[in-house]
Design a protein around this ligand. Sequence first.
Ligand code: 16G
Ligand code: MG
Length: 525
Amino acid sequence: MSRWAKVLEVALASHPRTIDTKISYGTAGFRTKAELLDHVMYRMGAMAVLRSWAKSGQVIGVMITASHNPECDNGVKLVDPVGEMLEFSWESLATNLANSTDREIPDVLDSIISGCGITEGAGRVFVGRDTRKTSPALSNAVLAGIAAAGGVATDIGVVSTPQLHYMVVATNTGGGYGEPTLDGYYSKLSSAFTSFLGGIKEFGNYSPKIMFDGANGVGALAMQEFMTRLKGILEVTAFNTGSGELNSGCGADFVKVHQEAPAGLEAVENTRCVSVDGDADRVIYFYRKQGVFHLLDGDRIATLVAGYLKHLLAESGLSDKIRIGCVQTAYANGSSTDYMTKSLGVPVSCVPTGVKFLHHAALEFDIGVYFEANGHGTVVFSQGAQKLIKETPSAQSLAMLMNVINQTVGDAISDLLLVECVLAARGWSAEDWFHQYSDLPNKLMKASVKDRTLITTGDAERQVLSPAGLQERVNKAVAEFKRGRSFVRPSGTEDVVRVYAEAETKEEADKLAETVVKIVQEILS
Ligand code: 16G
Ligand code: MG
């Protein structure tokens, strides 16, 4: 009898594949309408067990969420033992397993085992889920897959994506990264924040008061806990805490895309406001003054944080020993890159879209600050840098700030606490922060084409490699505009081609984007 008899039996009886639409493990796992996902969840449970075997029995995470997508969607992503996204080479294995027939499952699992040279051992998997109504049933499917494959599941329940990453890393490091419980997570971040703020004598223009938009998701629940723990230190007024629809008219993606305040915060003036997304791994700040909306996105967070970390390194005499750098994508506003490199003197590397690429590139620095413009990001410290910082008496502020940061993955609430620390230390209001530099006007558009996969890109998505002739025409269009820049890439999450353009004025940025959309449609029609 095949070692997978149980997996097949449960698949056929309780989690059969009843649809034959192809699904792919994309930038952030599988993501689609919730009703199409039961069999995928079951199979990912089984696959997580194999991944744990391949990683000598370390814990693997499975997160059920569709992040900022609408409530009707859902998704699943796997978390590797050190908190990173599932290793790239396993993405196609996941896609293959998800799309096979039920009866093919044993063969596909066997081929993973032989292809990756895996020896069976302990298979430990942590399962977390967001607040979507469809998440409990899908989580049960994952748990069934883990059990059928002979693994040991721990159901962490409703958590943010970064909380699940924390749990995985804290467990795999035997508590070295922090106590492996949710209480450990809250305690680590809130006590570091409290100590850091406690050490600041003068707040200047900073006031410890924010308005928080929880996107009606799990970020609101996490914030509830922080509000209790940070009482009297940070005053938080929470909106969109769960009674409304998830990500609808609120949340970080809404605010970034629409460039307007979310539900409940439309009329708030002169106050720092923060929005997180549906699984709380993205954060966006904004404020309104005299009716004008001002966005402080991931680029702004990166410059704020990198500038301050660089200052702390200089203050503690570690500038020569610890190299700080920043990682951005092509979507970073040209002004933020200029400010980072020229005014702050922090080197910037550019990588393709997707957290995993940024995270890897950030590990090349001793301190790597990485943020996508959309608000995904964090700071990572090399082991050497962490040790040196902890052992250097003049680097105590830096050591405290390091503990506010969830290094395992971008964490909206940890990022929020980090931003608050830096603003407090600088004595800045949101307006002071905003006026550090001016963004170049820009425009993001979508082009619908028959087959977006015909477009391939290189140079961190800044150049089109195929079809032939497309890049030349984009170059020609860009050359017509002062400070013009534009690039084209196929979306990893939607069936569209994305077009980004920036130029000296808003009108020109809009015109450049529209021109490039037309070029794309002409060439790909
Ligand atoms: C996913 C990525 C995000 C990226 C976005 C781009 C993760 C966890 N998430 O949401 O980083 O910005 O895709 O979407 O990696 P697009 O390919 O449709 O433009
Ligand atoms: Mg998210």
